[in-house]
Design a protein around this ligand. Sequence first.
Ligand code: SF4
Length: 433
Amino acid sequence: MSLSSTPDADLRILGIYPQAQNNRYMLRVKVPGGALSAVQARQLADLSEAFSRGVLHLTTRASLELHDLTRASLELVLQRLDAAGLTSRGACGGAVRGVAVSTPLAEAAPSARALARAVHTHFTGNSTFEGLPKKFKVGVDAGYPGARHLIQDLGLVLTSPPGEPARWDAWVAGGLGRQPTPAFPLAAGVATDRVLALAEAAVEVYRRHAPPGKRLKHVAEQLGRAQLAAEIHAEWQKRAPVPGTTVGEERGAAPGASAALLVPVFAGELPAAALRALADASDQVGAGRLLLTPDQDVALPLPREDRAEEVARRLLQAGLALSPTGPEVLRICPGSHQCKLGLAPTRDLARELIDGMGPKAAARGWAISGCPNSCSQPQLAEVGIVCAKRARGERAEREPRFDLWRRKGEGFGTRVLEGASRGELFAAVAELG
Ligand code: SF4
């Protein structure tokens, strides 16, 4: 396949998106459930150094992005990803996107990862389910903490106790963006071998009703939740179970949180050399795999807890700190640093805010997004900041204006400040105490 003359719009299904100003491209790699083998991690590090900017961006859906690719390099990068058993197919555009697991260190996370992989394998490159009106996001979680199921087109949450066959609650039609909309419950206690048929039904009904550019939450608004649920259930009943869908323990899967080291990565910006060091440490004394977390960090699973000290020593030698110097939860989208839609330089803003607050910042969980698309999920953070628009300021220049969100309960947070100038935002944040 030659990509030299392919229109930018047709590159999206390959997970490729034009960047802001520089005629370069972003390529998003799907990492189902965030699980990456050490071999794959090293290959990604090599690709980043050879063709990108030597830094990989970790997303809040545990995908990986290579930025600043030239058009001439795209074909070769895709070939090398394929050789590594990785794909970017459907990571952008109207397709079932990368399947996230937002509870990577939970005890039952291996079951969630196994289902995430099954969903990924079933839909990726499956022409029956491509060409959708917009993105279709699926999340699989080992429990309700974090409430990420609320922001998925289809959120699957494991509810059965350990030792019993896996059962899943299904939620649909959630999403953030300009109109944050929490998902609503569709079905409870779904057996694993019925999940893929349910996912097919939800995608089919979405395609049937959504106009171009709209997500499933729009269909829920137009039809009403009850009608949407009834149509998905009717479509589901017509479909046979998909054979071979199991969620037995993944081979080499990470054990519980006590046997994984969490490596903080500021703003999800992971130098290729650091990724290679993590892969090497994982191969030598870890479990041979890494887990990308939805908070844009990396977890290194260990086969035995007594390996932690040795791994920490090796990572330190490679210049990787294991204790966060800032907040434990700090999700930051690329903003205007790299994203075409970005209205504010999110990383700079984060550094200024956190440095200005000192230790008080570390006590909170943060998420900062450079536009209302809310890719860093600010509505699910203790403190969420969204650059909502640019407007004329005192110096007659168009300046970023921010919304501030606070979350205390189990659902979305509440917008407590709207359209604030930078100064007003900093003053409000300082008052958080
Ligand atoms: S929130 Fe906006 S600026 Fe940030 S990555 Fe998403 S689309 Fe880009």
